[in-house]
Design a protein around this ligand. Structure first.
Ligand code: MRU
Length: 356
């Protein structure tokens, strides 16, 4: 997302290339990339949050399939493809974009198998090239989607507005430009004056480390607050809107996003402040009736007790560390997608926009 370094990029060709990622665990102190030349390193990068954010995880997984099958032989390709897909799907459970991207790759694999005659090394090259072009397409489409989300979303921003955001739904969480942050970036590009409070986002500080960094890089006025300060900021009348990203949205609009989002939505509703979600259509999971069905990732206790290397809680204390929570649809004023803004948020309106 930086002007010189992309969040994700592919270096080389389909058969000999690799995935290059900004290592987001090092930001904001160091802007450094890592190269993933095998599927294990892609899996680890997703698991360890070196690449994170729902759309970016999907793109990484699509390229992960390519590095995972590059060395397959004609005879091992079928098994290898499905093993790699299943392995990548086990990296993180909540963001549906991961499974969406893997499914797209599966469909492309099945159709390229039919068009190839099977059994020759030329067929192998053809299948690999087709899968590579699908991964590239997922990546490129996401850039356009983020711009469209920004364009629709900026309509809710007035000159002088102050918004709160949580976690990081910016260029680092997508191919480029972001979802929630795209709304701010587009409004600013159109000359609207916008200020943002960034929740630091315990326990891994994506808001402090990534969102504050991205907004500052783009010259947007940002003020960092602890998550627990957001309600007070609202009560003091310092903010007039909230926009967050999403990891999975059920058919009725219930939305999973970074832990702390639900509390933020409750506070916004109590203070009569509109609470928006910005997300691509690929974040909707219409197979789930409501948010109760969304799988919530639980992460290691050390993220709370020893984050960033320093122990801040007693040894062996019991810890509960869900990485996401679910905000009920009735707290959400609108969902900003690349196809338009869904408002009011309900099953019918979601279906109308998503399936058109
Ligand atoms: O655990 P993370 O950092 O992957 O969580 C990310 C979020 O919750 C984002 O808000 C969400 O993925 C939307 S990114 C456009």
């Amino acid at each position: 997302m930086s002007d010189t370094i992309e969040t994700l990029s592919w270096v080389g060709g389909a058969s000999d290339g690799f995935l290059r990622l900004i290592d987001q665990t090092l930001l904001p102190l160091e802007l450094r990339t890592i190269d993933c030349r095998n599927v294990e390193s892609v899996w680890n990068a997703i698991k360890q949050l070196q690449v994170r954010g729902a759309p970016a995880i999907g793109i990484a997984a699509a390229y992960g399939i390519i590095v995972g099958i590059q060395n397959a032989s004609v005879n091992s390709l079928e098994k290898r493809f499905y093993d790699v897909a299943q392995y990548l799907a086990s990296s993180r459970p909540t963001a549906v974009n991961l499974f969406w991207a893997i499914d797209r790759m599966k469909h492309r694999y099945e159709s390229s198998k039919i068009s190839a005659n099977r059994g020759s090394s030329e067929d192998l090259t053809q299948i690999l090239n087709e899968l590579f072009s699908e991964a590239r397409k997922i990546h490129e489409e996401d850039r356009a989607i983020c711009r469209a989300i920004g364009n629709y979303g900026q309509s809710i921003i007035k000159n002088g507005d102050v918004f709160i955001t949580h976690c990081n739904a910016g260029g680092l969480a997508t191919a480029d430009y972001g979802t929630a942050l795209a709304v701010f970036f587009t409004a600013a590009e159109l000359g609207k004056k916008i200020s943002v409070y960034a929740d630091e986002t315990r326990p891994l500080l994506q808001g402090a480390r990534l969102t504050a960094w991205e907004l500052m890089q783009r010259g947007i006025n940002v003020t960092l607050i602890c998550d627990s300060m957001a309600a007070m900021v609202m009560r003091q009348g310092k903010a007039n809107g909230v926009i967050v990203g999403a990891d999975r949205i059920a058919a009725n609009g219930d939305t999973a996003n970074k832990i702390g989002t639900y509390g933020l939505a409750i506070s916004a509703n109590v203070h009569n402040i509109p609470f928006y979600v910005a997300a691509p259509v690929s974040t909707f999971d219409l197979s789930l009736q409501d948010g109760a069905e969304i799988p919530i990732e639980e992460r290691n206790a050390d993220e709370i007790c020893c984050s960033f290397g320093k122990r801040t809680a007693p040894e062996n204390v019991n810890v509960y560390n869900p990485a996401f929570d679910v905000t009920p649809a009735n707290y959400i004023a609108g969902i900003i997608t690349e196809k338009g803004i869904i408002s009011p948020v309900n099953k019918e309106n979601i279906k109308k926009i998503i399936t058109n």
